[in-house]
Design a protein around this ligand. Structure first.
Ligand SMILES: Nc1ncnc2c1ncn2[C@@H]1O[C@H](COP(=O)(O)OP(=O)(O)O)[C@@H](O)[C@H]1O
Ligand SMILES: [Mg+2]
Length: 236
């Protein structure tokens, strides 16, 4: 399950600061898009708007064909459940076990699946199968981010938003986390929007959108290395 994202003429100001200034962005269902650009470019603001955690001053945002910038309370709740969010600073709850941290998004509501079984399966999928009773403080940064990814996926969101998910990790661990996100994306067919400063992380995505001063200033499809090798092979 995946959804297309459409951002049309979106502007957002924070006081006098224009965080987004007429942004247009079309993302195909299933695509993994890296948002790059210097600090203050508007990457986080754009992710928050797509997740309906903030509202634009102008323009429209559609996710899966539904307009999400003018939803009522119920529509907002529904949309937010369809979006997984991964942050730079993990935001795990320190007094809860890893299993309970993964369960947090689905605790307050009725769901049509066995939540503990799914949480266990997700912890296994992120490489933490035998650690469900552990507290977050006992984990490395990379391991904490793995838990945060499992938590983001508990409701099988068709859209995953990640705001500098490797920003607090060393480069090798960061690469592992991105590889994990991309393999999960492939398995679930999610659409992914990922803000990053790291060119290697961006290059692992399908497409790199560059932002500066609240505008989109570049948009490149990444050619996967395998395609290049295949083409060279055919030429030879
Ligand atoms: N809550 C806020 N209050 C005031 N200004 C903000 C707020 N959030 C973002 N900004 C401003 O909006 C601009 C874009 O910020 P942001 O979206 O966080 O950029 P990025 O994530 O690319 O670093 C910056 O100038 C920032 O200072
Ligand atoms: Mg940011």
């Amino acid at each position: 399950m995946s959804v297309a994202v459409s951002v049309r003429g979106v502007s957002r100001s924070h006081g006098p600061a224009r965080a987004l200034d007429g942004v247009d962005l079309e993302v195909e269902a299933g695509q993994a898009v890296a948002l790059m650009g210097p600090s203050g470019a508007g990457k986080s603001t754009l992710l928050h708007l797509v997740g309906a955690m903030d509202l634009p001053d102008e323009g429209e945002i559609h996710v899966g064909g539904e307009r999400v910038d003018d939803l009522g309370r119920r529509g907002l709740d529904r949309h937010r459940r369809a979006v997984g969010f991964v942050f730079q600073r993990f935001h795990l709850l320190p007094a809860l076990s890893l299993l309970d941290n993964v369960l947090v998004p689905v605790l307050p509501r009725r769901v049509g699946f066995d939540r503990r079984a799914r949480a266990r399966a997700l912890l296994a999928a992120v490489g933490l199968a035998d650690r469900e009773g552990t507290l977050p403080g006992e984990l490395s940064g990379g391991e904490q981010q793995r838990v945060a990814i499992a938590r983001a996926l508990i409701a099988r969101p068709p859209l995953l938003l990640a705001d500098e998910p490797t920003g607090n990790l060393d480069s090798a661990t960061g690469q592992e986390i991105v590889d994990l996100l991309l393999s999960i994306r492939e398995e679930y067919g999610m659409t992914m929007l990922l803000a990053t400063h790291n060119p290697e992380v961006a290059a692992a995505c399908d497409r790199v959108v560059r932002m500066r001063d609240g505008r989109v200033v570049g948009d490149d499809r990444v050619t996967p290395a395998a395609d290049v090798l295949d083409r060279i092979g055919r030429l030879g």
